[in-house]
Structures are given as C-alpha cells and as structure tokens.
Design a protein around this ligand. Structure first.
Ligand SMILES: *[C@@H]1O[C@H](CO)[C@@H](O)[C@H](O)[C@H]1NC(C)=O
Ligand SMILES: *[C@@H]1O[C@H](CO)[C@@H](O)[C@H](O)[C@H]1NC(C)=O
Ligand SMILES: *[C@@H]1O[C@H](CO)[C@@H](O)[C@H](O)[C@H]1NC(C)=O
Ligand SMILES: *[C@@H]1O[C@H](CO)[C@@H](O)[C@H](O)[C@H]1NC(C)=O
Ligand SMILES: *[C@@H]1O[C@H](CO)[C@@H](O)[C@H](O)[C@H]1NC(C)=O
Ligand SMILES: *[C@@H]1O[C@H](CO)[C@@H](O)[C@H](O)[C@H]1NC(C)=O
Ligand SMILES: [Ca+2]
Ligand SMILES: [Ca+2]
Length: 380
C-alpha cells in the first residue's frame, strides 16, 4: 500500500520549491521598487530671461527643501559668475552669461546634495509627502488635493524663486547700495549692448528702454524697488497695469510695419496669430482645417478689435497678452495638470495622500539607476 503514495521527501521538495518561489516573487521586487530609481537635482541654472517666452526651465520643485538645495547651489554658481573674475584671461571678462550658456557645475557639491536626498534615512520621501500634504490641501482642507490647490502651491514656489533671483539681480546692479535701481544703474547685460534705442534693424530688443523702466516705476520716483524691479524683469507676471500696457505696446511695435502704432490684419496674421494660438487650448476647435488658416485668424482679429476700426491697439491686445507671454500661473497650472494625470490613480480628479505616496517620483524628479533591472515593475 505504501507504494501508491508518493515519497514524503518529494512533498518536502515541492513545498520547499513553492516556498522559495514565493520568497523570490514577494521579497525584493514588491517591497523595494524605489532603490532602482534615483532622485535628481537640476544640474545647472539657466537664466530665465523673459525675452523669448520659451517654455523650458519653468518647472519648479514640488518640495521647498529640494528648491532650497537647488537655490543654494545656484547662488554659488551665480557668485562665481558675477563676483569673481580673478581667473582672468580670454572670453570678454564680463560676468553675465548670455542666454543658453551654462556655468560649470560644481560636481562635488552636486553629488553631495544628490547623495543626501537619495539617502532614505536622511531624506525620507514618504515622510516629506506626509508633511507637505496638509500644506497643499488648504482650500478646503478635505484630505484631497485638487488641481487648483496644486496650482496655487506651484505658483507660490515659483514666485519665491523668481523673487529670489530678482533680489540677486538687484544686488548686482545696485551700484550705490541703496536698495533701489535707477535707470542709470541698470546696465543691460553684455549680450544686449549692441542694441540701440532706435536701431530698427533689431527691433526685438525693446527691453532696456526707458519707457520700460518708467512703466515699472509705479510711484514715479525714478527708482525701482524690489517689487518694481521684479515687474521690470517679469512683466507678464506683473499686477501693474502700466507694465502690461507697455508689454502690449512692445508686441505691436515689433510687428508694426507701417508704423501707425497699431496692427492691421496682415501685421497681426504674420507676426502674432500663431503665438496667440500656440497657448490657447480652448480655441483649438479645428472644424475648419488649417489649409488656409486665415479664417480663424480673421475671427479672432474681429473679436479683439473692439472699436471696429480694423486695427488692433495696445489695449485691444490685452486680452491675449497672456498667450504671448505666459505667466507663472500658466506654468504652475500646466505642471499641476501633468502631475494629476500621472498620480491620480483612481481618476477622481483629486490626489489623496495615498496616491501621492504611491507615486513619489511624479513629485520628485528622478532618473533610472544604471543597474536598473527592475524597472518593469512600473508597468504593473
Ligand atoms: C575669488 O576666487 C579666489 C580663488 O580663485 C579666492 O581666493 C577669492 O577669495 C575669491 N574672491 C572673492 C571676492 O570671492
Ligand atoms: C519613511 O517614513 C515612513 C513614514 O513616516 C516610515 O514608515 C518609513 O519606515 C520611513 N523609511 C525609512 C527608510 O526610514
Ligand atoms: C534716433 O532717433 C532720433 C529721433 O527719432 C534721431 O534724432 C536720431 O538721429 C536717431 N539716432 C540714430 C543713431 O539713428
Ligand atoms: C544696428 O544693429 C546692427 C546689428 O546689431 C548693427 O550692425 C548696427 O551697427 C546698428 N546700428 C546702429 C545705428 O546702432
Ligand atoms: C521717464 O521718467 C522720467 C522721470 O522720472 C522722465 O524724465 C523721462 O523723460 C521718462 N522717459 C520716458 C522715455 O518716458
Ligand atoms: C515698492 O513700491 C511700491 C509702490 O510705491 C509699493 O507698492 C511696494 O510695496 C514697494 N515694495 C517694496 C518691497 O518695498
Ligand atoms: Ca541704487
Ligand atoms: Ca500698423
């Protein structure tokens, strides 16, 4: 009879094998998805001159602690670039880097900071998210973060960063150290020196003009304080109607071929329409295909031309100036929408603390480590 039963040793083997398989499938992969990834700091600062209105570089860290680390590193690069030219020799000798040029990253500091944020005992991402959640979840504090709450949070982070840079710029230009910038003190950066007041061959550079300065000077005392100087550097984010008006005038001046101070349809269509539409997601109901493209442009033109004189004035351009020069609020919302699309697992349009903890890398930018054999786990 004993022979009809399998050998007990076989059962033990089967049981052991099952046990090992279970161990393998549960232990490493499902408990430690994170060690395969590495949190990343931005590697160098790009001057965020508003000249181009370009899209990049606007992402601001979700975590103020990360922002602070990045800011301190950036300040060191800034000081090196602007206050210490003792290395002498070639290359102009002027401190300011033209847009697109990058300073040498300080690798040691860079690696130290990255090691710190990747050391789970010292920088615990789960705990950071738990601490930050109630600071974002404020309107109302109902245990869920909406796109609006996240936008406000991102905007506050961005504004702090912009103001910090303005403060730095003010110190750099404030030659007599009175805390204000006079028009004489504000030297255009070296890469703008070649552009002159009435050189029509390069109309693009109206940036360092006295009209711009005067429009920023709210109280008209001939000096810009920190707020006014910030408006000067970031007109699109200003609450000062004079600077918004100046910005609209600049857009017209650059494209006003017949120099009548307003834009006719052809001037609008050639220079501005595509810019206005580029950021306009609502208007892209393309029932007419873009074969000619002029019909939607004509429609928009006549909507903007309030006094129906067939020309757009600076005031009439105001409703769409935000499309041409997107504000920090625009980027903050874009970033919030992106984060929601990535981390809102149950698709209810809000982020719970659980969803955020389960998707930490949406909030902390990361790269895959080189030995990243386990990244497929992401797609489970
Ligand atoms: C400039 O850099 C040198 C080393 O290159 C350093 O010794 C000096 O203290 C720096 N000066 C300032 C003002 O930062
Ligand atoms: C990180 O913090 C969470 C929540 O406070 C805790 O459960 C976890 O054990 C911590 N991880 C480490 C590695 O300290
Ligand atoms: C600049 O414009 C003013 C007034 O329009 C004119 O008098 C002056 O000659 C111009 N300068 C140059 C260099 O073109
Ligand atoms: C106008 O700008 C061009 C290009 O930068 C330069 O070659 C020219 O000398 C400038 N003209 C004046 C009058 O400043
Ligand atoms: C700017 O304002 C000052 C007075 O603060 C005035 O003297 C100057 O003419 C103004 N410049 C322009 C271009 O409006
Ligand atoms: C700068 O001046 C404006 C206008 O007088 C004022 O509203 C603003 O609060 C001032 N900002 C600072 C930082 O003092
Ligand atoms: Ca001053
Ligand atoms: Ca015109």
């Amino acid at each position: 009879m004993g022979k009809s039963h399998p050998n007990p040793i076989v059962w033990i083997y089967v049981a052991l094998t099952l046990f090992v398989v279970l161990l393998l499938s549960f232990a490493p992969t499902h408990h430690h998805l994170r060690p395969h990834r590495r949190l990343k700091l931005r590697s160098s600062f790009a001057p965020r001159g508003d000249g181009g209105g370009g899209g990049g570089g606007h992402q601001v860290p979700f975590d103020p602690l990360i922002a602070d680390i990045e800011r301190r590193r950036e300040d060191r690069e800034w000081e090196r670039a602007h206050y210490n030219f003792s290395h002498g020799g070639g290359g102009g000798g002027e401190g300011d880097a033209a847009p697109g040029m990058e300073s040498q990253p300080e690798w040691e500091e860079f690696m130290d900071a990255e090691d710190y944020i990747n050391d789970e005992d010292r920088f615990n991402v789960t705990r950071r998210i738990e601490e930050l959640f109630p600071k974002v979840d404020v309107a109302p504090a109902d245990g869920a973060i909406t796109a609006e709450e996240l936008t406000e949070w991102n905007l506050a982070q961005a504004q702090r960063e912009v103001m910090h840079r303005t403060q730095r710029d003010l110190e750099l230009h404030d030659k007599n150290r009175d805390g204000f910038i006079s028009f004489a003190e504000y030297e255009p950066p070296s890469w703008a020196h070649t552009f002159h007041e009435n050189n029509t061959t390069n109309d693009g550079m109206g940036w360092w003009k006295e009209t711009h300065f005067n429009a920023s000077d709210v109280d008209g005392d001939g000096l810009l304080n920190l707020t006014e100087f910030n408006d000067f550097l970031h007109p699109a984010d200003s609450a000062n109607p004079k600077i918004i008006h100046w910005l609209c005038q600049e857009e017209i001046r650059e494209r006003d071929q017949d120099k009548d101070g307003k834009l006719n349809f052809q001037e609008f269509f050639n220079g501005l329409f595509s810019l206005v539409r580029a950021h306009d997601e609502v208007e892209t109901t393309s029932h007419e295909t873009d074969s000619s493209g002029e019909a939607p442009a004509k429609k928009l033109f006549s909507q903007l031309d309030k006094d129906k004189d067939g020309l757009l004035s600076a005031d009439e351009l105001k409703p769409v100036i935000g499309n041409i020069h997107p504000s920090e609020h625009y980027y903050a919302k874009q970033q919030a929408d992106y984060v929601l699309s990535q981390a809102d697992t149950d698709k209810d349009g809000r982020l719970s603390l659980k969803e955020m903890i389960e998707n930490p890398y949406v909030f902390y930018s990361s790269i895959f480590a080189e030995d990243d054999y386990g990244y497929h786990d992401e797609f489970r």
